[in-house]
Design a protein around this ligand. Structure first.
Ligand code: URA
Length: 234
């Protein structure tokens, strides 16, 4: 791919477009060992070697991070009041966003990327990508609930939910379950349990499509996706 030098540096988080233009004009950017002073110079992202202020800058068109979202942060790119999931990602890139939303009090797997096409494929309602959640429920979850969820149920929208797979891990006054849904409606898991007279008291996403939350990633931490994880998702 060929792109302008100033865009190359700005995309990699070196500074704003005007900041990097100044660095270029001051002769602080080298391409293949030559100082280049024109911001519009075309760079081949595959073959050209770029140094800015003596440090190599390699170009990644797309970046993919797995975040173990903790409770208390919002799934947005910015927020006036609350900390956002992007505040937890230590990257200079300005074009990252979360793929879908988890509620502020929901924990677990959140993919953060700048790959809009992948996000669209994962979120498109017609693609029916599986999302797996663990939840703690105030109330006894029964086999009857399993049957109701398997048929799809009315949660107050125009249409009932698609069939969902409910696995009861513990059935008691406080129950524990694993639920697989293929949609991403607003507060869907909480509304599904509310519709059968129970309340979700803890919710954590474990999987989205082929991507599984890394057990070794503590809440609040992130890591880059492996090559294999990216290939399987794309
Ligand atoms: N369903 C919910 O109710 N909340 C979430 O955060 C995700 C799915």
């Amino acid at each position: 791919m060929k792109i302008r030098l100033d865009k190359y540096l700005a995309d990699m988080g070196i500074g704003t477009r005007s900041e990097v233009k100044k660095l270029i004009q001051k002769g602080q950017v080298f391409v293949n060992e030559n100082a280049v002073k024109k911001p519009e110079t075309k760079i081949d992202t595959e073959t050209d070697v770029v140094f800015c202020q003596g440090k190599p800058v390699t170009y990644a068109e797309f970046e993919y991070f797995m975040l173990h979202k903790p409770s208390g942060v919002v799934s947005a790119t910015e927020d006036k009041k609350d900390k956002t999931v992007l505040d937890l990602i230590n990257s200079n890139r300005k074009d990252l966003f979360p793929v879908g939303r988890l509620d502020k009090d929901t924990e677990g797997l959140l993919l953060i990327t700048n790959d809009g096409q992948l996000a669209h494929r994962l979120l498109s309602p017609s693609k029916h990508v599986d999302k797996v959640y663990f939840a703690r429920i105030d109330g006894k979850v029964t086999d009857e609930d399993v049957q109701i969820f398997a048929k799809g149920l009315d949660i107050g929208d125009d249409k009932p939910t698609l069939p969902a797979k409910l696995v009861v891990l513990k059935s008691s006054d406080i129950s524990e379950i694993e639920l697989t849904i293929r949609e991403g409606r607003f507060h869907q898991v909480k509304r599904m349990f509310h519709a059968v007279g129970k309340e979700v008291t803890y919710l954590k996403r474990l999987r989205m499509g082929t991507l599984i939350l890394d057990e070794n990633l503590p809440a609040g931490e992130f890591r880059e996706l492996t090559k294999k994880e990216i290939e399987e998702l794309c």
